[in-house]
Design a protein around this ligand. Structure first.
Ligand SMILES: Cc1ncc(C[n+]2csc(CCOP(=O)(O)OP(=O)(O)O)c2C)c(N)n1
Ligand SMILES: CC(=O)[C@@H](O)[C@H](O)COP(=O)(O)O
Ligand SMILES: [Mg+2]
Length: 629
């Protein structure tokens, strides 16, 4: 039961609550998160950590006039609960339900959509400057996690703030966690603040003072105390060099303290950064014990936190275990992740080769250039970066890796539909953004066994290569004991045929086989081809079939625009062969969140859709088949 939470329709309702009622509200919100997400899954840990912070923000600031941005915005569930979406909350990340991130089209209170890290401060600065230009008086607040400060864009924005505006509030939500433990010098710096006893004492007493007397006086006294300590390496110096006045660190779970601090910061006529200390997973012991797991997960037992055992092996696990094997035999192989050791499964690789494992933080551009640097010294860097996050590194892939023909291997996990995370996370564009770059080899395995073959093959290619594979369970095929080299640029014919050529890219080969079966039942013979390579495409095979069949069909878990089917069209045109091509893939729009099979059915990414689109090209074939019968 959450009576207080159910009564909140807007911030005005919030402000009518007494301090003890606000504490009860926080408890109700935690109960709602734990219970509801146990059914839907979601980013439980990050949201449990910002319950009081979000309450305090909405106590003091008035959205939509005031703009509250959250970096990544995976921790915006409480914001949604407090801005009129309580009734739909149990639909979050469900088909047709609330999005798991802030979404401007979902609510006027969602000031800025996100899903990829590092954008909040930059976008908030843009809003603040726009406000100043138009003479606005509203407030702009960017909440960014400690790991968001491992992302370069955050610093590009910080570097600009002091010159651009007098009024911007940045809140550093420091829980010492990214998805895994946060990494790098900035994480150590933040930790020094938190761990520094003298600084802690100073701030504990200042916090008490603020709580007791509240308002500007107390905060100014606290600040004077801090100024007095300025001689040492105090935390404020780092941010003050960027022109932001630093406050904190303060307890990010203390609603009165947070509220009074925000009330004070509202009146500051200079950019400020408030450092709040929070606990990721607060209020649910399993989430406190297993912060990595509860960063984001599927349904779980709300009492114990137990999740269903993962029934099947994932492509990520096959990737990581294969990489261990390859690295055992080739000491030049190194593995690089951008803050996603768990998601890419490189946390399985790390124990085997700790010196050849690198987590660079949420810094995909740096990850690729770092890999390029290592490659110039004879190493074979494997960048394990989700297809969607690799979008951040397009220029480094062109400028640093391909232009210099460096043997960097991009293992693009989550290539294809990502499901519940929605449009910010679907990996539907990597062929489009990579295939036009000279020197790169692009591959897509039909199953886990071929993924291993492609990884071995990539280590033998003297230049850059990319392998795209999907989120989730493998096909369940028999595995060879050791991977084998593949002939680069050569496709694999799984079934020959003379009427239709069906090319199923990667795991979409199953749709190709399904379609071939339907056509066989109509007496139409269909070739089934596993392309294996998007670049270089097997032009010889394409030409051979184009001179024989009446139509081509391509299947891909990628956008049609600039995708695999487009490459086939281009090759046929270059060959001067006018064969109809039915292309099955994602339409030219952002695909909403949802369950993969439902989204495929809704958007025509099915064998059925191909079968229907083929009809106009098959009537003559059918007549011939009937005559033959
Ligand atoms: C560009 C990009 N890379 C990686 C991710 C995956 N990711 C989502 S949340 C997260 C960690 C965020 O940590 P922090 O900012 O500290 O927020 P917290 O979850 O701790 O509240 C990461 C790496 C992403 N969303 N965007
Ligand atoms: C918010 C974010 O970007 C990550 O937590 C992402 O949701 C992980 O996706 P997977 O669940 O596919 O690893
Ligand atoms: Mg964090």
């Amino acid at each position: 039961m959450t009576p207080l939470l159910d009564s909140i329709e807007s911030a005005q309702d919030l402000r009518r609550l007494s301090p003890s009622q606000l504490e009860s509200l926080a408890a109700e919100i935690r109960q709602c998160l734990i219970q509801s997400l146990s059914r839907t899954g979601g980013h439980l840990g990050p949201n449990l950590g910002v319950v009081e912070l979000t309450i305090a923000l909405h106590m003091v600031f008035n959205t939509p006039e005031d703009k509250i941005l959250m970096d990544v915005s995976h921790q915006a569930y409480i914001h949604k609960l407090l801005t009129g979406r309580r009734k739909q909350f149990d639909t979050i990340r469900q088909p047709g339900g609330l999005n798991g991130f802030m979404l401007r089209t979902e609510s006027q209170h969602d000031a800025y959509g996100a899903g990829h890290a590092g954008t909040a401060i930059s976008a908030a600065l843009g809003m603040a400057v726009a406000r100043d230009l138009s003479g606005g008086k509203n407030h702009v607040i960017a909440v960014a996690g400690d790991a968001a400060f491992t992302n370069g864009i955050s610093y590009e924005a910080l570097n600009n703030i002091a010159e651009q505006t007098k009024r911007l509030i940045v809140v550093l939500n420091d829980n010492e966690w990214s998805i895994d433990r946060n990494v790098g010098a900035i994480a150590r710096y933040f930790h020094r603040i938190v761990a520094n006893e003298r600084y802690k004492h100073l701030h504990d007493s200042a916090s008490r003072l603020i709580e007791k007397f509240g308002g500007k006086a107390a905060i100014h006294v606290a600040r004077k105390a801090e100024e007095a300590a300025k001689g040492m390496l105090w935390p404020s110096m780092f941010f003050e060099e960027f022109g932001l006045t630093y406050y904190g660190p303060i307890d990010g779970h203390n609603i009165p303290l947070l509220t009074q601090t925000f009330e004070f910061l509202k009146s500051e006529n200079r950019p400020v950064l408030l450092h709040v200390l929070t606990q990721k997973g607060k209020g649910f012991q399993p989430a406190l014990d297993l912060q990595k797991k509860f960063h984001g997960l599927g349904p779980y037992d709300p009492e114990t936190g137990q999740t269903k055992p993962a029934g099947q092996v994932t492509y990520s696990e096959v990737f990581a275990n294969t990489l261990v094997q390859l690295a055992n035999e080739d000491e030049k192989i190194v593995a690089i992740t951008a803050a996603m050791p768990n998601g890419t499964a490189l946390d399985l690789f790390r124990p085997h080769h700790p010196k050849r494992y690198f987590d660079v933080g949420i810094a995909e551009e740096h990850a690729v250039i770092f890999a390029a640097g290592m490659a110039t010294q004879g190493y074979k860097p494997v960048c394990a970066i989700y297809s969607t996050f690799l979008q951040r590194a397009f220029d480094p892939i062109v400028h640093d890796v391909c232009l210099q023909k460096l043997p960097v291997i991009f293992c693009m996990d989550r290539a294809g539909l990502s499901g519940d995370d929605g449009p910010t996370h679907h990996g539907l564009f990597d062929i489009g953004y990579l295939r036009d770059i000279p020197e790169i080899v692009l591959m897509a395995p039909k199953d886990e066994d071929e993924l291993a073959d492609m990884m071995l093959t990539a280590t033998q290619i003297p230049g850059p290569s990319g392998i795209r594979y999907p989120r989730g369970a493998v096909a369940g095929v028999a595995r060879k004991s050791k991977p084998e080299l593949l002939p680069v640029g050569k496709a694999e014919v799984l079934a020959d045929g003379s009427d239709v050529a069906i090319l199923g890219l990667g795991p979409m080969i199953t749709l190709a086989q399904d379609l071939a079966g339907r056509l066989e039942r109509d007496g139409i013979s269909a070739a089934v081809v596993n392309p294996r390579f998007v670049k270089p495409l097997d032009v010889e095979l394409i030409e051979q079939y184009a001179k024989r069949v009446h139509a081509f069909v391509t299947f891909e878990d990628h956008a049609l625009a600039g995708g695999f089917g487009a490459v086939v069209l281009e090759v046929l045109s270059q060959l001067g062969l006018n064969v109809p091509v039915v292309r099955i893939g994602w339409p030219d729009r952002f695909i909403e969140h949802g369950k993969v099979d439902q989204l495929r059915a809704r958007h025509g990414v099915t064998a059925e859709a191909a079968y229907l689109q083929l009809q106009p090209y098959l009537s003559s074939l059918r007549r011939r088949a009937r005559v033959a019968i």
